[in-house]
Design a protein around this ligand. Structure first.
Ligand code: CA
Length: 157
């Protein structure tokens, strides 16, 4: 996955970059809302990790702007606080998932992968289907081709 990490705390940002890179992902980082907006306009990401508190804007405002502009990339929000009101606000603003710091890194990875999987499933003509084939069921007793509306055969991938 190509991941954009928007986080102004250098330690957290480095931790995320290192951990995600070790998992085999490509990571870009930025530490402000202005740089983040530049990044999402000029590059395509599979998922975005967005910190709620940034020095020049809050993550919610940023996310609201991006969604209004039509950005569809899955976004996982990070925050130090974690009231249910905040979670609801984040999700209603367009976040796809939410994690409260400190979080378990394995859980973060699993959530990012789930977001990516769901987003990929919604795209037309997924590449992974290209290797699947449909075989007609052999050995019909009448010898006629099946004419029923249900598929008479099986997919193999
Ligand atoms: Ca922050």
């Amino acid at each position: 996955m190509k991941v954009l990490v928007i986080e102004d705390e250098p330690r957290m940002s480095q931790l995320l970059r290192r951990g995600l890179t070790e998992e085999g992902h490509t990571v870009d980082t930025c530490d402000s809302a202005a740089r983040a907006t530049e990044s999402v306009r000029y590059a395509d990401y599979d998922v975005i990790i967005l910190d709620w508190g940034l020095p020049d804007a809050d993550g919610i405002t940023l996310l609201r702007t991006w969604r209004a502009e039509g950005l569809a990339t899955p976004v996982l929000m990070l925050t130090a606080r974690g009231s249910s009101g905040e979670k609801v606000l984040a999700l209603r603003t367009g976040a796809d998932d939410f994690l409260v710091k400190p979080f378990d890194f394995e859980e973060l990875i699993a959530r990012l992968e789930a977001l990516h999987r769901r987003a990929s499933a919604g795209r037309p003509a997924p590449r992974r289907w290209a290797t699947c084939s449909f075989s007609e069921r052999a050995g019909s007793s009448s010898g006629r081709p099946a004419r029923s509306s249900s598929p008479a055969g099986s997919f193999s991938c």
